[in-house]
Design a protein around this ligand. Structure first.
Ligand code: AR6
Length: 167
């Protein structure tokens, strides 16, 4: 699996899947979630509603997959990061699971490339350096036979510099 780093807007990515940092309600929100639903259009939300009706939302650390509406990607994987509460509430394990479960879903759908935002490092307040290490370690340790490329998409300069050092 090739690892890439870019600075920019994940809605512009042409990878097979892009990952959304969603909330457990799955009905959209601010940050990258808002950007994805705005750019992708209502088809994504419609599928989120179906999933929500079926399983009642998505707990932190887990992931679900939908169409990608008008986005250049083929699929959106919605994962729910942990809210940072000081580090004693299994935040690290949950964040690690976000990456692993998203990769597993991409593999189950035979996707070859996936782009991740810096999950939990916005509204959810996860310290960026710690989140970057967890994200990087999770992806690095993942062995896949179908996935060829993983892209880390950093929106802000601080995250970009942190990932640059790791990669
Ligand atoms: N492309 C890539 N990354 C982005 C973009 C974008 N277009 N926009 C923001 N980011 P956040 P969270 C980065 O707050 O912390 C939502 O309301 C941003 O700089 O989007 O997991 C959800 O509905 C940051 O580094 O997600 C949830 O309620 C990273 O994306 C809640 O926020 C994550 O910031 C989730 O909080």
């Amino acid at each position: 699996m090739k690892l890439e780093l870019i600075k920019g807007d994940i809605t512009k990515c042409h990878t097979d899947a892009i990952v959304n940092a969603a909330n457990s309600g799955l009905l959209g929100g601010g940050g990258v979630d808002g950007a994805i639903h705005r750019a992708g259009g209502s088809a994504i939300l419609e599928e989120c509603i179906v999933i929500r009706d079926r399983q009642g939302g998505c707990p932190a650390g887990e992931a679900v997959i939908t169409n990608a509406g008008n986005l250049p990607a083929k699929r959106v994987i919605h994962t729910v990061g942990p809210v940072w509460k000081g580090g004693q509430q299994n935040e690290k394990e949950k964040l690690h699971s976000c990456y692993i479960n998203s990769l597993q879903l991409a593999e189950a759908y035979e996707l070859e490339s996936i782009a991740f935002p810096n999950i939990s490092t916005g509204v959810y307040g996860y310290p960026k350096a710690q989140a970057a290490k967890t994200a990087f370690n999770a992806v690095k340790s993942y062995k896949s036979s179908t996935l060829r490329k993983v892209v880390f998409v950093c929106f802000d300069e601080e995250n970009y510099q942190l990932y640059k050092r790791l990669i």
